[in-house]
Design a protein around this ligand. Sequence first.
Ligand code: UDP
Length: 426
Amino acid sequence: MRVAMLSVHSSPLARLGGKEAGGMNVYVRELARELGCRGVPVDIFTRSQDRSEPTIQPLSCGVRLINLHTGPAAPYDKNWVLTYLPEFVSRVRCFADGEDLTYDLIHSHYWLSGEAALMLRRSWRVPVVHMFHTLGAMKNSVARSKEETETGRRIAIEQRLMAEVDAVVAATSLDRAQMVWNYGADVERIRVIPCGVDLRRFQPQDRSAARDRVGLDSNEVVLLCVGRMEPLKGMDALIRAAALLIERRPDLRSRLRVVLVGGDDEHQTAQWNSEQRRLDALRRELRIAEQVEFFGARPQEQLPDFFAAADVVAVPSHYESFGLVALEAMACGALVIASNAGGLALTIEDNRSGLLFPPNDHVALAAQIERAIADPALSAQLQAGARRRATEYGWTAIARRMIGLYDELVAQNAAAWAARRLAQVS
Ligand code: UDP
């Protein structure tokens, strides 16, 4: 079996933690790697944003990234990429024809790629598996401004995809329920297969050595948050919680450190997006600018050091369909305190493998942090629980389930076409 994976608007090689690259890019890269290792060749098609990139880039065993020149050779608003989809699709077809390749299945990621997958299916007649990664309707339900609101066009495309693709993969049972509630999706068409974590990369390690490597002092109380600078990530709640903790326990003023990884660092102010500028204003307003530091986006290889260095990893998102950062931190044996928004509430078992709090509630977040740092026995127990829980999400098992789904759909598709041919003959 050969799989065409579509990740139109963002490449699996894009810089993580920036505006458009995060969990989906990691997911595409890791799933493809695991499929390739298991003898399922994968070509990942993406829109090239740099004319100097070669068309074909080998990524790992059996996996190639195919950069197709469509639209401007630069980052481009995803809503505008939509207008280039017909061109993208015809380039995918030309590539396959030129290489004399046929694909048995299309696995598309994000609504834009789903739209491209349906166009391709018309000529390739192969099944389409789709993953949304985030749902426009869910983002809109927590949006606080027009800037954060997703378009009606996106919602309509998502709805059509749920009705027309051969299978939708949901990351959690809640993700599946949200598709049913918000879009009237057919539950039979949705399979729940969780996201995975690279258990070799994300492992527990010694805290003081990790602090040396990332430049943090051994006597500090470190609260870490890792993610794209987006209002949805709720980093403001962590800043407010830190201010509250300092107000309650003035001894923490000299020892508390809030480390924000993602976006741009303290020296790259000209590149800060509106959310990062908002967070900067907030830390000043709350008089904790000295305690809150922007470390900028970091390559994933450095994240295990940050997770090991932290006393608490906070994941205060307003919405996550899954939330890979929480799982990665748990795999490193970190104490994770997350909002019970979306998938986080299912990955983390409250009081066993981490602590939960209601989204947007910095008072509750502060209370959970206080509880955890005051009780080393509880922390140790939650950290051990976190690693145990994360080991249930290794990529090997997840890829095996995905291949099972692919096999099923390919067999169904072959049977349907055989029946159609038979009907034409008779
Ligand atoms: N990430 C990274 N460096 C950063 C910030 C994030 O490598 O500076 C990675 C992180 O390891 C995770 C992904 O980006 O795999 C973020 O995924 P998540 O599901 O948490 O959030 P999303 O970006 O999908 O909203």
